[in-house]
Design a protein. Structure first.
Length: 168
């Protein structure tokens, strides 16, 4: 793409995309990117447009219409796709009981394991760097420490998990 063409069209594209984006419910940058891509594709096949400004206005409106159609056809999930369980009171009670059993087992872990597991299970979704800073240990030792703690937790929970019922 010629540098002159880009320099000439950039302000017009920015203005056109900003004007159309509001009506489509999209970001102006997304429209701009789609039009730049369309121009690159055109340059590969047909060369530069005879009237670049007119072509650009038409391309922005076309992309805005396409975006509007796509948005109208998209349907949000009523639930998370991976959440195929019924949220009945029984399921909620069982999930709460499992959560309590897990927290009780975590508190019975030896050494630094309770604080490490609490940090890993935190709803704040802490990074390894934040956890290491909070616990005062190196970030590199978190993985081995986590593995050791999970092994201990697994041993503590095995009788409770095994007592749930037979498989098969």
């Amino acid at each position: 793409m010629s540098h002159d063409l880009v320099t000439t069209l950039r302000p017009l594209l920015t203005a056109e995309a900003s004007a159309e984006a509001h009506a489509t419910g999209t970001e102006p940058g997304d429209l701009e990117q789609a039009v730049w891509l369309r121009l690159l594709e055109r340059l590969d096949t047909d060369g530069p447009p005879a009237d670049p400004q007119s072509w650009l206005r038409s391309a922005v409106r076309s992309e805005a219409r396409r975006t509007r159609r796509t948005t109208m056809l998209e349907q949000p999930y009523e639930t998370e796709p991976a959440d195929d369980t019924d949220r009945t009171p029984e399921h909620l009670a069982l999930a709460a009981a499992r959560g309590r059993a897990l927290r009780d087992a975590v508190r019975r872990l030896p050494g630094r394991c309770p604080s490490l597991m609490e940090a890993l299970l935190s709803p704040r979704d802490l990074t390894y760097r934040e956890i290491a800073g909070k616990l005062g240990i190196s970030q590199g030792s978190l993985g081995p420490e986590r593995s050791r703690c999970l092994g201990c937790l697994r041993r503590l929970l095995t009788p409770e998990v095994a007592a749930r019922g037979g498989r098969g």
